[in-house]
Design a protein around this ligand. Structure first.
Ligand code: AHR
Length: 535
């Protein structure tokens, strides 16, 4: 396939035709931002993390072990903590995933030497021949220590499939009961934490339509009521997340969302603060490989990422039929690109993938969708932070690498706690090769947000062929200073490996500021982020 056939489809809209502004630069793209017209606050929680007892995520990834030669803080890999702080990781979802529905929290407390060795769903089901036991060295106290070190909030997923409401409520009391009240609080203190953990986010089950119990939405709704009705009322006020649809299925699984809320209409109607949506860009059943691909594969993956918008809009609309004021928000607590197996960085690191620049662009377009729908989404968690699927890091022994995805988290950090700003991108669509012949997609994608006098703008140019000269224009006010970063590489399939950890990294982007506008050149297959100071 000749990539040159798939250049921008038609002549661009000249910036000169808009509102009488004469561009100093012949622009491919005109981007208009109304910084005064702000929308929802972009919750930091949209940039959340997910870590599961799966392959090399916890053991060898985050948990180096007490006394390990790998630099660590009480067993937790130091480099991991430093890098999580650098991107301001807002939360960690733990312990799963599918693992959560077989996990009994009591196995992970008390003297580490006396903790039981238990069955791990993943080891057993995925990797015959590997050690299939869970050592329970990383339990709730170690997890909370990780959260505190990183300044992140805990988000716990409870065991609904093989656990009971009683076990759930005991876990809540163990975590949140004030010292000197119930026996579980004393037990927590004996195990090293006198102060309550103050866990706010609770996931009631995980994928209950699959590994979490193979239920119908009606069966799940019944169980949900039993699990939350007597939720112990310790502070903080909980944010309860119900299991939602498998957004990556062909029909987006709207049947689950409708079925669940239908079944919740009667009786006391216990609170549902969040509905979990899992949306994987799912290439497991396709020939697409993670690190070797052509232009078609490049565009297919990024276009699938853009579908996140449809998933959000459709489930939001379905929820609105039952909850017109939208008390329940969406929680996209698993997302990422999932390729077919075969390129794991080590046999025991199940589902690990050597990600490339393509996955970084996928991340950027996904974040722009999350930002643009910040009014609907309470939280999102990338699956998973380290050594698994859409990772920010690869780690093995004392070797450690940031994947291209990590740098996108760094570039988008300034959006956190900012107000979404109105952004209008005018540029041509791209006509690109696809699995089905050809397809069209937006020439650029992006989002903008305002925090005081600081305007943050992030833009992705997915084209493999053409850079874009872009003019970014404020509809009112002026820009006094600007700086930018760009993430790209000469090769579309470049990535960072444990042997070559610095192949793909951020570079400064030249930014020209003129009155109410900024001019930049966005290279092909690149993500840029700008920090503009307004007068
Ligand atoms: O992230 C890997 C797995 O994907 C999770 O355990 C499960 O919830 C999902 O199917």
């Amino acid at each position: 396939m000749n990539r040159r056939n798939f250049l921008r489809a038609s002549a661009y809209v000249s910036a000169g035709v808009i509102a009488g502004v004469t561009p100093a630069l012949a622009a491919d793209a005109d981007i208009e931002i109304t910084a005064q017209e702000t929308g929802a606050e972009i919750s930091p929680n949209l940039y959340g993390q997910f870590i599961e007892h799966l392959g090399g995520v916890i053991y060898d990834g985050i948990w180096a072990g007490r006394g390990s030669k790998i630099p660590n803080i009480d067993g937790i890999r130091k480099q991991f903590v430093d890098d999580m702080k650098r991107i301001g990781a807002p939360n960690f979802r733990w312990p799963g995933g599918c693992f959560a529905d077989g996990y009994h929290w009591r196995d992970g407390i008390g003297d580490p030497a006396k903790r039981p060795r238990t069955y791990n769903y993943w080891q057993a089901s995925m990797a015959k021949g590997l050690d299939d036991t869970e050592t329970n060295q990383f339990g709730i106290h170690e997890f909370m220590h990780l959260c505190r070190l990183c300044g992140a909030e805990p988000y716990l997923a409870t065991n609904m499939a093989s656990g009971s409401p009683q076990e759930f409520h005991d876990w809540v009391s163990y975590c949140n009961a004030p010292a000197g009240t119930v026996s579980l609080a004393s037990e927590r203190a004996k195990n090293g934490d006198t102060e309550p953990f103050g866990v706010r986010f609770w996931g009631v089950g995980n994928e209950s339509w699959g590994c979490g119990g193979d239920m119908t939405p009606q069966e799940y709704a019944t169980l949900y009521r039993r699990f939350v009705t007597q939720f112990p009322a310790y502070a903080p006020k909980p944010f309860l997340v119900a299991v939602g649809p498998r957004g990556h299925s062909k029909d987006l699984d709207l049947g689950w969302t409708n079925g669940f809320f239908d079944a919740m209409q009667n009786g006391h109607r216990p609170r549902v603060d969040g509905l979990s949506v899992h949306y994987y860009t799912d290439f497991r059943n396709s020939p697409e490989k993670v690190s070797t691909f052509d232009a078609r594969g490049w565009y297919d993956v990024i276009r699938e990422g853009l579908r996140t918008e449809t998933v959000i809009e459709q489930h939001w609309a379905a929820m609105g039929k039952y909850d017109t004021e939208h008390h329940t928000k969406l929680v996209v607590d698993e997302w990422g690109v999932w390729y077919r197996p075969g390129e794991e960085i080590a046999p025991a690191y199940l589902l690990s993938q050597p990600l490339t620049l393509r996955d970084a662009l996928h991340t950027a377009v996904t974040f722009d969708v999350f930002n643009r729908h910040a009014d609907k989404i309470a939280m999102a968690n990338v699956a998973q932070t380290i050594n698994c699927i859409h990772s920010l890091f690869l780690a093995q022994g004392d070797r450690f690498a940031r994947t291209p995805v990590y740098y996108v988290f760094e570039m988008y950090r300034n959006h956190m706690r900012s107000q979404l700003a109105l952004m209008n991108i005018r540029c041509d669509e791209l006509k690109v090769p696809s699995r089905n012949g050809t397809a069209t997609m937006p020439g650029l994608s992006g989002s903008a947000s305002v925090n005081g006098k600081t305007l943050t703008v992030t833009i992705t140019n997915p084209s493999l062929d053409s850079p874009v000269a872009a003019q970014i224009r404020l509809t009112s006010g002026s820009i006094v200073e600007g700086r930018g970063n760009v993430l790209t590489h000469a090769e579309m399939n470049a990535g960072n490996t444990l042997d070559r950890p610095n192949e793909v990294k951020l570079s400064p982007l030249p930014v020209t500021v003129r009155g109410n506008r900024t001019e930049i050149s966005i290279p092909q297959h690149a993500v840029v982020s700008l920090e503009l100071k307004m007068a």
